[in-house]
Design a protein around this ligand. Structure first.
Ligand SMILES: Cc1cc2nc3c(=O)[nH]c(=O)nc-3n(C[C@H](O)[C@H](O)[C@H](O)COP(=O)(O)O)c2cc1C
Ligand SMILES: CCCCC(=O)C(=O)O
Length: 412
């Protein structure tokens, strides 16, 4: 007799299957925007494949009948050491959008990062989260006033932290997005800035078209972009007009000395300040020096500097530099519970997944994100028990070996 597993979606038992379903449900523009990396996509691919260099050393006979996979985060208990990373414009995937993600995270007791460029407002998301801890991802704009207002709103809505994205002085080269002439459909809005839109000269109104600070643009695009933060001769022209991710998110002026202190002051004691997009030990040390509350080792899901290290390869030098002074999180390419275990064994305190939540949304809206979180949660807990660990703090590099190209295994 066949065993019945009523709790499973038999059409979707892995994130790989979820990705395949999502592919068939998204229109081409959305699929390409979500799934591509930058340039030739090598960093995008390596973020995932680099995990296979590491293998787990399981320990046995340890009574693993009770597993505690929870970790504290922002004063709450997270059910697993995993959260949903901020990704822009989630209503492109499904009308549930960011509210669907927020409700799924609340149900699963995992933290959610909300992109500044969300299609539902931070207040709406906070309400849907019903006290579940949220993080606001921030692109610090050249026009500070927009950012200041957003920070104040996030504070009022009860966000626990801001993640300042630091890997985007310019947008990475995303060729499919350029070829598709990516445009946010007119029924969707970048909701956090819906009130802020200032009048624009008519020729600058091209929605989310390719009007931004992107290197290697065609001359006509560059002329338009001069209004959007490009340089005219030696003079910088801060972006004006509607706030779109192409025009306002990239900010090449950001720097340690001026901006981190400003941000800490604006966030005050109510919200922690984290940096998202740290990829070296040197910058991790600077982050500690500048007094931030935590860092996320990230290469933006391979969408910024192609050729950068996979995040799991960058993690060890960051962990070593930080020496436990502040928490270190990591994102990029995490698709299995065993990936989460490996990242933790290499010293990460917590991981975030980006695209899998978008695939969940595309598959079944909020229910799809719930499914994605259930698959990963089950995998994390199973991996912990099969490796012989009953709590997250036990996971250490004792449980890992690294294999080189010839298959030689070395302990860490
Ligand atoms: C479609 C898409 C949109 C994203 N939007 C943002 C964003 O608005 N802000 C940000 O800091 N990171 C953004 N990211 C990066 C994610 O926060 C995260 O770093 C990345 O997705 C992790 O890699 P993964 O997708 O392989 O899990 C985006 C990523 C994707 C795929
Ligand atoms: C600066 C771009 C905003 C959205 C984003 O971060 C992404 O598409 O990767």
């Amino acid at each position: 007799m066949a065993t019945v597993h009523p709790e499973h979606d038999l059409n979707c038992l892995t994130l790989e299957e979820l990705e395949a379903h999502a592919r068939t449900m998204m229109d081409k523009q959305t699929r390409d925007y979500y799934n591509e990396g930058s340039d030739s996509n090598t960093t995008l691919r390596e973020n995932t494949t680099a995990y296979s260099k590491y293998r787990i050393r399981p320990r046995v006979l340890r009574d693993v009948s009770r597993i505690d996979s929870s970790v504290p985060l922002f004063g709450h208990i997270n059910s697993v050491p995993l959260g949903v990373a901020p990704t822009a414009m989630q209503r492109l995937a499904h009308s549930d959008g960011e509210l669907g993600t927020a409700r799924a995270c609340k149900k699963a007791k995992v933290a959610m990062g909300l992109s500044s460029f969300a299609t539902q407002s931070l207040e709406e998301v906070a309400e849907a989260s019903e006290g579940n801890p949220n993080v606001l991802q921030l692109y610090l704009f050249e026009e500070r006033e927009h950012s200041r207002k957003l920070i104040q709103r996030a504070k009022k809505a009860g966000f626990k932290a801001v993640f300042l994205t630091v890997d985007t002085p310019f947008l990475g080269r995303r060729n499919m997005e350029i070829r598709n002439q990516f445009k946010l459909p007119s029924h969707l809005k970048v909701k956090n800035f819906a009130e802020e839109e200032s009048p624009v000269p008519p020729e600058a109104v091209d929605g989310e078209g390719d009007s931004g600070k992107r290197e290697g643009m065609r001359p006509k695009m560059q002329r338009k972009a001069s209004r959007a933060g490009y340089t005219e001769g030696n003079r910088r022209v801060p972006p004006s007009g509607p706030i779109t991710f192409h025009s306002h998110a990239p900010n090449p002026t950001l720097c340690w000395e001026r901006d981190i202190g400003w941000l800490k002051q604006e966030c005050g004691p109510e919200m922690e300040v984290w940096l998202k997009g740290i990829a070296t030990g040197e910058d991790a040390l600077l982050a500690v020096h500048h007094g931030v509350d935590g860092i996320v080792v990230s290469n933006h899901g391979g969408r910024q500097l192609n050729g950068a290290m996979a995040t799991i390869d960058a993690l060890p030098e960051v962990v070593e530099a930080v020496q436990g002074k502040i928490p270190v999180h990591v994102d990029g390419g995490i698709r299995h519970g065993t990936d989460v275990f490996k990242a933790l064994a290499l010293g990460a305190d917590f991981v975030w997944v980006g695209r899998p939540a978008l695939w969940g949304l595309a598959y079944k809206g909020q229910a799809g994100v719930e499914l994605m979180l259930k698959l990963l949660t089950d995998e994390i807990r199973l991996c912990m028990s099969l490796a012989g660990t009953t709590s997250v703090k036990e996971i250490s590099k004792e449980y890992l070996v690294k294999m080189d190209n010839s298959g030689f295994v070395s302990k860490l």
